[in-house]
Design a protein. Structure first.
Length: 164
């Protein structure tokens, strides 16, 4: 009787992603060209359009001042550029504009970038839609509000947060 030994070598493909561009405080472009809209957060608008007009009108400030708030959020989010990340998804994976909806995590981090941005006061919890981490995001927003961290020191951001 002959014995055959079968040797199988498995090759694991390591697929690493990183953030290569911050479009604004809540929308990133990844190294695979995917545009990701962060689930459960909203930052002030920095681009001209209907949302900027509506937000500025509601907050009773100029569009230029609203853009300044949006730029602050974007600058804060840029600290995550070129960092290796992982994605986590919720019930809906694509938004109305075709962007991937996700929670983004730095490697070996248990708190999402989404939540970090809220907790540091550069976004509000966007609770219009249901998502699994809503309670954590509301707690993070309460923390930032309580300690007037980030944009919470500006009265116009408080009005922005009340707008939605």
């Amino acid at each position: 009787m002959k014995t055959f030994i079968l040797i199988v070598t498995l090759y694991a493909t390591i697929y690493s992603l990183s953030i290569i561009r911050v479009k604004d405080g809540d929308t990133f472009v990844l190294s695979d060209s995917t545009t990701v809209r962060l689930i459960g957060i909203d930052t002030p608008e920095k681009f001209n359009g209907k949302k900027l007009t509506n937000d500025a009108t509601h907050c009773n400030i100029s569009k230029e001042n609203m853009k300044i708030l949006g730029n602050h959020s974007t600058i804060f989010a840029k600290q995550f550029l070129n960092k290796e990340i992982t994605l986590s998804f919720d019930k809906n994976k694509i938004d109305y504009y075709g962007r991937t909806l996700a929670y983004i995590y730095l490697l070996n981090d248990t708190i999402s970038i989404n939540e970090h941005i809220i907790k540091h006061g550069y976004a509000k919890a966007y609770t219009k839609y249901s998502f699994s981490k809503k309670f954590n995001f509301i707690k993070a927003q309460s923390f930032a509000q309580c300690y007037t961290i980030g944009l919470w020191k500006f009265h116009s951001f408080k009005l922005f947060a009340d707008n939605h």
